[in-house]
Design a protein around this ligand. Structure first.
Ligand code: ACO
Length: 329
């Protein structure tokens, strides 16, 4: 019999410092009303000077391990999703493996932009399902504040820092992951990317001067893509799960922009009471946004055992990913 695989426990962490829209008004030519109207964002958390992505990931991961009641040495694999790793290499997953004392774990990073956590869950669930591993720690963690161009009002108002983690393992039969839909369209890679610092354009004084190491984004293009793909991928994974949108209790979308979330909900004909929204508090935390939203939903007691949940993400690549879970906790 194949194993049912799901989430055994979750944890999240956001840095203490909060940067409001009013604070941003003092940095760039913007306004609280513009940001709220166009995005739904009111504030974001920003990492302290001595905090890097692996530190945020660590704080989320220890909570996830405690919630799952799994010891570090019982983790078989760690997968981290991030667009703002500690270093280009080695992986943040290796740094985390050492810090957590997951001495028996393999470790790698998976790059799928803001779809990263859902991609990680897809990979982890299949590895547990086949029996290769019993416990996989998956993490979405970002210190996007380090790669933001704080002079570019088109992007600097949109992002925040944070991390979310989950332990993936065997769950009660019939629960856990029911449907997966992953995809990519690399023709859109320049809609959202970090031009410099890699082998295409190595870091030089010139690349730094032109802020090539920061987030470059074609906002309207990403917006159009997101509005089209979020509903579509969710419908695909719901169908693969053998369900219909009416069977879904919660939509937990990537938190990039309230208007994008609203349009996905509309496409799925889901009332907003069934959609978890926290983009107002954290802005877009990329790969961390879905696990942070899930943690909040768990803490609020909103997720009940047996609920059908759709995780729905899109991001740089361009990528998209959705998973239907029957909540097992
Ligand atoms: N404050 C004030 N004005 C601004 C700001 C700002 N922060 N940013 C842009 N503007 C101005 C623009 O310069 C433009 O002015 P102009 O008409 O004089 O040129 C005007 O506002 C309108 O700009 P648009 O780009 O048309 O605004 P739009 O309604 O498309 O909203 C936004 C922009 C919010 C960026 C939107 O396009 C969006 O959300 N796109 C998707 C972004 C996204 O989700 N990115 C990440 C996805 S994947 C990942 O998470 C890594």
């Amino acid at each position: 019999m194949t194993r049912s695989v799901g989430i055994l426990g979750m944890g999240c962490y956001v840095p203490e410092k909060v940067l409001t829209n009013f604070d941003l008004e003092k940095i760039v030519d913007t306004s609280d009303s513009w940001i709220q109207e166009r995005t739904g964002i009111k504030a974001r958390h920003i990492a302290a000077d001595d905090e890097a992505t692996s530190d945020l990931a660590y704080n989320a991961a220890i909570k996830a391990l405690a919630a799952a009641n799994v010891k570090p040495e019982d983790i078989d694999l760690i997968i981290v999703g991030s667009a703002s790793n500690d270093h280009n290499w080695p992986s943040t997953a290796c740094i985390l493996q050492n810090r957590l004392g997951c001495t028996h774990a393999a470790a790698f990073d998976l790059i799928a932009g803001c779809s990263g956590f859902v991609y990680n869950l897809a990979v982890a669930s299949q590895m547990v399902k086949t029996g290769l591993y019993n416990h996989v720690l998956i993490v979405g963690a970002e210190t996007l504040s380090r790669i933001i161009n704080w002079k570019d009002r088109n992007t600097c108002v949109l992002f925040g820092d944070g991390a979310g983690a989950a332990v993936v393992g065997e769950v009660e039969e019939g629960y856990g992951v029911l449907g997966i839909d992953l995809g990519a369209d690399g023709s859109g890679m320049k809609a959202l990317y970090q031009p410099s610092g890699g082998s295409r354009e190595p870091a030089t004084h010139e690349t730094i001067d032109k802020a090539g190491h920061t987030i470059h984004m074609n906002g309207p293009e990403v917006f159009k893509f997101a509005v089209k793909i979020m509903g579509k991928t969710a419908l695909n994974s719901i169908e693969k799960a053998g369900l219909t949108p009416e069977d879904i209790d919660w939509l937990i979308p990537h938190q990039a922009n309230l208007r994008i979330i609203n349009s996905a909900a509309k496409r799925l004909k889901m009332p907003m009471e069934k959609v978890w929204v926290n983009v107002d508090k954290y802005a877009n935390t990329s790969a961390a946004s879905i696990p942070i939203a899930m943690c909040e939903a768990i803490e609020a007691g909103a997720l009940k055992k047996g609920d059908n949940i759709v995780l729905d993400g899109f991001g740089a690549g361009l990528t998209w990913a959705s998973i239907v879970l029957k909540w097992a906790l």
